[in-house]
Design a protein around this ligand. Sequence first.
Ligand code: ARG
Length: 573
Amino acid sequence: MTIKDTLKKQINQIVAGQYGLLGFDFKVDYPPQADLGDYSTNVAMLLGQKLKKNTLDVASELAKQLANKKMWGKVEAVKPGFINFYLNQKWAAGQVAEIGKENKNYGGSKEGRGKTVVIDYSAPNIAKKMHVGHLRSTVIGAALYNIHKFLGYKVIGDNHLGDWGTQFGKLICEYKKIYGEKIKKNITVEEMEKLYLDWHKEAKDKPGMEEEARKELKKLQDKEKFNYQLWQLFYKVSLAEFKKVYGLLGVKFEAWHGESFYNKMLESVVADALTKKVATKSEGAIIIDLTKYSLPPLMIQKSDGAYLYGTSDLATIQYREKHYRPVKNIYVVANQQALHFEQLFKASELLGYRGQMEMTHVKFGLILGKSGKKMSTRDGEVADLIEVIREGIEKAKARIQEKNKGLKPAELETIAGAIALGAIKFNDLSQNRLTDIVFDWDKMLNFESGSAPYLQYTYVRIQSIFKKTRKRKSTKSTKINYGLLVEPTELKLIKNILKFPEMVEAAANEYKPNIVALYLNELAADFHSFYEQTPVLAAEDAVRQARLELIRAVAQVMKTGLRLLGIETPEKM
Ligand code: ARG
């Protein structure tokens, strides 16, 4: 349980005992300044209002009772009725031992036990290259995946591939024109992309092509042999390409249910919507009217009978509810699709498909090039994802070699990979996801505060301190006296480590991995200022032991936190 949660429980117990109120709702926050304590609550103000009592009196009464809990040093009632809590330093220092015992599990919890969460992320489109734009969904989705797992949830990562729709009619048309009715096994994703672009160029002055594409699409939908085989080829080749990227990024999925997976269910979704009178016919098409909710209608079938993106998304919700019964259904998709998800969430509710699911659209902004514009190959920037990653690895190699010439080639390769991928991920995950972010290698790969290499380096630095302790003969005392950790730099570090579980929880609740990212950055900064001011190896034996345990805990939190963000921590760099 986090300290915040423990405090809430302590308060609730007293409020129940003293005032007979069960499950009373209030807030526990971090005060805006350190001299106002480590935690603070508004409970007395709310109680005062409810019970028509003087709030400051209520605050003092509660403070008195909470002060005798051993985790609190000072508990203070202040005007107009806040209660501020200061951690007991000795208790806090003693927690370092507990953190060490919890080891890799520290920061996680069991709050999600028995509950399932579906995370819909990455979801690139077949027959197109994975562009840097797909990076954000993949990276943010993977972080939310790790974080929920760490909180004990069963997580289903679902890659809702864009593998069906009108574009395939166009692709097939153009394909036949170029390659005839033969299956070109070695076709590349670039070639598929080109087919699509060429079709659009030509179609501008040839109106007949639309009709032709529709016919090919129809044949595909009817699973006519050649068209269906061709689609399977596009699918297979694209997927193999995506999997290369996922391999590099270290991303996994439990399900690969793309749009085509739901084809069989679309007819019944539409029929169901009509029966339930949620959908109506409108000029031949079938729509779900959402005027009442100030939203445009969601079209689920066109007048030519074709189904749409929204139709398969409705089927997806039905499927997920039936097969996984999730408590949360999370979509990690760009800002541009905000309206679609608003419509979808409303429509699925009207249809009764949602069950207990909480649905969230986790939106994000664009990735911009250094120029501040959308990244594009035309501006000489590498925008193809796999190329971008390779470019980053080369750049990282050069940076590492400047700093450390003694690495073996294989080591260099591994470390460069960890740094380049870490840099890409951290650049994304440390920023507010709603805003556009800039992709600038120089900034991402510097070893200064606010970059992945800085955090990885913090971990490596601590490991190198431990290496030195192994080299010197230590008179290892068996019992560590954590009470010796009393310096302000030490306490700051301890208090920060103690916040880690709260950060993980907040990142999940708010769908913001950047809470963890920024926290780690601050922890690293606290460590460096501690290390500058406080001798570790040179300290007297008992103090050294205690300090070593403290920095061991820092390294452990750093490693776990980075792992949640999908970032590796090399042992040296
Ligand atoms: N394939 C879509 C795109 O690239 C994203 C799909 C998101 N997931 C969903 N269930 N609609 O824009």
